[in-house]
Design a protein. Structure first.
Length: 389
């Protein structure tokens, strides 16, 4: 990669949206496995698909994607939060009231998403954590980063203690396999069966969110600190050295932790989870550093422009990914749940994301907002936004 970085106007909007688009792809790769089979939700592999290729692809997803991309999405949520007070002030509106309405709309959309499309919804968690973010919005950037580090450290130590204490997240393999079979059969049924499976799974999501929630909030805080410092609004010229250092540290340390996580079987292993919790932020930081450096080159700017439309309508695309997951895999659509090998799932993810990139580009050529963004903006601002460009 060349170190000759060209100056660009308004890099923040393009780069932030492009990073958000990249995060959407990573989230899709991870989430789609939960549509293709009911076994992953119970932390066991589908015994019907055990080829070396399936295991290799699952290992690669755990190594490079799992437990990483929601952190990037959360970082960007915190970064965008710092831009909203100025937007409210420019409109002569009360920021707190606006943001509370936004969180309420996000919570409702997330609840509908969890019941109708995907029980692994993150939007309701964001809505609840957004209340905490609002309460600490005046925190200093340095304090925010220190607090984020403390949260990550606490979670990693807690998981390490659980591992040393012999805690097993899958206490009975046979029961987990039976539950995985039942979930797969339910997802392969009609829409009523799919919704019923989502409803049955919601209580179990509390355990997942007990880990993801605090880590997402830590990423919120880092994003808030970055937004206060306007780190993505100034171009990368003055931060080029720091970005290279982040790559130099983030890749070896982050990949080492990811390797421990992947070898241990992913989220089923407390020791691997502890390693991932501690090192995944560094790997995500390295991803971001590399992308920002790439985006700042002439060729890389084309990649940024390709990703940015999907990031601009991230909410619509996030919900759309789940809708397509239901239509492609479950019995409410093509009925491929249980019949799709893990090696094929990332290929489907690439296809879905390619379609989303093109649809997002075309949509934003005619409209100002994505459909879900329009709804959330109407709720936030208490008015009917103009949709056409």
């Amino acid at each position: 990669m060349t170190d000759t970085l060209r100056p660009r106007t308004a890099p923040r909007l393009l780069d932030v949206d492009a990073l958000r688009g990249f995060a959407l792809f990573g989230i899709l790769v991870v989430n789609l496995a939960y549509f293709a089979s009911g076994y992953p939700f119970h932390l066991v592999a589908d015994p019907a698909h055990g080829s070396w290729l399936d295991h290799s692809v699952e290992f690669g997803v755990r190594l490079l994607f799992e437990m990483k991309f929601y952190l990037l999405f959360s970082f960007l949520f915190g970064y965008s939060f710092t831009l909203q007070p100025a937007s409210a002030a420019g409109a002569g509106a009360n920021f707190t009231a606006r943001f509370l309405r936004r969180l309420g709309g996000l919570f409702v959309l997330g609840g509908l998403h969890a019941v109708l499309l995907f029980q692994g919804d993150i939007l309701t968690t964001y809505a609840l954590l957004g209340l905490v973010l609002l309460a600490v919005r005046r925190i200093r950037p340095r304090t925010a980063v220190v607090a984020a580090g403390a949260i990550v450290g606490f979670m990693a130590v807690g998981m390490a203690v659980a591992a040393l204490g012999g805690v097993e997240l899958v206490t009975d393999q046979n029961v987990a396999l039976a539950d995985g079979r039942a979930s797969t059969d339910a997802l392969a049924g009609g829409l009523g069966s799919v919704i019923g499976e989502h409803l049955r799974s919601l209580p179990a999501m509390a355990g997942t969110l007990a880990v993801q929630g605090p880590l997402a909030f830590a990423a919120f805080l880092v994003g808030l600190a970055a937004g206060r410092r306007k780190l993505l609004a100034e171009g990368i010229g003055r931060h080029a050295v720091a970005l290279r250092r982040l790559e130099a540290v983030g890749y070896p340390v982050g990949l080492a932790g990811a390797l421990v996580f992947a070898i241990g079987g992913g989220t089923a292993d407390p020791a691997g989870l502890a390693a991932s919790i501690l090192t995944a932020p560094l790997l995500v930081g390295a991803y971001v550093a590399t992308l920002l450096r790439v985006f700042a080159t002439p060729r890389g700017s084309r990649l940024a422009r390709a990703l940015a439309p999907a990031g601009r309508m991230a909410l619509s695309n996030y919900l759309g990914q789940s809708l397509l997951g239901v239509l492609v895999f479950t019995g409410a659509g093509l009925g491929l749940t249980g019949d799709t090998p893990p090696a094929v799932v990332p290929v489907v993810a690439v296809g879905i994301f390619a379609v989303q990139l093109e649809l997002s580009r075309r949509w934003l050529g005619r409209y100002r907002y994505g459909p879900a963004e329009w709804v959330l903006r109407a709720v936030t601002n208490g008015e009917r936004p103009r949709m056409r460009c």
